[in-house]
Design a protein around this ligand. Sequence first.
Ligand SMILES: [Zn+2]
Length: 83
Amino acid sequence: MLAGYGFEMNPSFPFDPDLHRPGSVAGRGGCSWHGAEGAAEPRCEGEPVVSFQDRSGDWQSGCQRALEELVDREEIQPLGQGA
Ligand SMILES: [Zn+2]
């Protein structure tokens, strides 16, 4: 497991507000990926479709667009894979 410093894709899950902290963007049913501090886009109006852990291990929610971007960048696995 520790051989190399390879890149690992995080699993993705159907959006579940219970995975996120109450009161957080994701916990309120928003897209935290685009709404994160320091993000290029200050706000996202998309409905979250996916819950995943980012590289720091923090739970994030993502809209359809975020899901496609992240899968494209191989940061997370496509939704439903491995089920
Ligand atoms: Zn979004």
